[in-house]
Write a protein that binds this ligand. Structure first.
Ligand code: PEP
Ligand code: MN
Length: 338
């Protein structure tokens, strides 16, 4: 970082900053241009809280020269990370679709969904057993029973399972059943959960908090890598804006932004991103055209009967249409839909 002193800063003010930098264990380098003093700190100074220096007398600005994240950054890892979900590669040439109902409701609903998903040629089944619902009065998920139903669907269809873990106490339990552990939007900054999931040797799907900036999103992924798990798939699922005709605003700008700043794969959830079944196909097409590595899509054998998120779930025939469309889009951008 570079500390810029005010024009009126005295030698004493400069000394105070220099002493503080040394006290923090770093080496300050002073330069005086025509007007003012600049103090550069060499080395990896990310752990310094800039405010500690900003509040010293006659400091004009503290300008970071390093990004706040390191492990997720492309600066340190030039090649794309390819997450290996038991043979299914996310982040390489393949575009990976994950689909299934919002919630595991019962065995029949989930097994029927799994068969439709497999028939569409999709390799990964989604379904929530632990549901982070906005209201305490709505369906909260089947918990472990839901995980067992997911395991049965896996045995019967060979599909890989992505399912959410909401609580650090459940991480080992969910990891027994899941091929990918999902961290939901509401928990993107649940640090205890991030730390616990970072210790698991399984891929993680980290969803963007609905009010999270790009930097905050990457900092949450940094927790996972810092804890030892580098198999991270990022997921854009829409953010809060003033737009009221969709549930959220799907921020597709983040795809090229993530690709530039990070080596991690990014997929898109157009169901939560729009809240509307009729927007899923167009926004899925746009996501893949923009460079997303895959999709997380809600589907339901009978959306009108769904216990949760029926309005943003595709009917089976629309899922088949989606896959058909995406094959062409993927090929047009040099990718391969699996
Ligand atoms: C989900 O995908 O099941 C879900 C709850 O989504 P989000 O965390 O993005 O709201
Ligand atoms: Mn849902």
């Amino acid at each position: 970082m570079i500390i810029v002193m005010k024009l009126i800063a005295t030698l004493d003010d400069v000394k105070r900053v220099v002493d503080k930098v040394k006290f923090l264990g770093f080496e300050p380098h002073i330069t005086n241009d025509d007007e003012r003093t600049l103090i550069r700190i060499s080395g990896d100074d990310r752990q310094i809280d800039r405010e500690q220096i900003n509040i010293l007398p006659n400091v004009e600005a503290v300008v970071p020269t390093l990004k706040p994240y390191k492990l997720v950054s492309r600066e340190w890892h030039l090649t794309d990370t390819v997450v290996d979900v038991d043979g299914i590669k996310v982040g390489g040439k393949d575009v990976v679709v994950m689909a299934g109902p919002c919630s595991v409701e019962n065995e029949e609903q989930l097994l029927t969904s799994a068969k439709i998903v497999r028939e569409a040629g999709i390799k990964v089944l989604r379904g929530g057993a632990f549901k982070p619902r906005t209201s305490p009065y709505t369906f909260q998920g089947l918990g472990e029973e839901g995980l067992k139903i997911l395991a049965k669907a896996k045995r019967e269809t060979g599909l890989k399972i992505v399912t959410e873990v909401m609580d650090d106490a459940d991480v080992n339990l969910v990891a027994e059943y899941a091929d990918i552990l999902q961290i939901g939007s509401r928990n993107m900054q649940n640090i205890k959960l991030l730390r616990a999931v970072s210790k698991i040797r399984k891929p993680v799907l980290l969803k963007r908090g609905f009010s999270a900036t790009l930097t905050e999103f990457l900092m949450s992924a940094e927790y996972l890598l810092d804890g030892g798990n580098d198999q991270i798939i990022l997921c854009e699922r829409g953010i809060r804006t003033f737009v009221e005709y969709t549930r959220n605003t799907l921020d597709l700008n983040i795809i090229p932004a993530i690709k530039r700043l990070s080596h991690l794969p990014i997929i898109v959830d157009p169901s939560h991103g729009t809240g509307r079944y009729d927007f899923i196909i167009p926004m899925s097409r746009a996501s893949i055209a923009a460079g997303a590595d895959g999709l997380l899509v809600e589907m339901h054998p009978k959306p009108e009967d769904a216990i949760s998120d029926g309005a943003q779930s595709l009917k089976p025939e629309k899922l088949f249409q989606l896959i058909n469309d995406l094959k062409q889009i993927a090929a047009a951008v040099g990718r391969n839909l699996i």
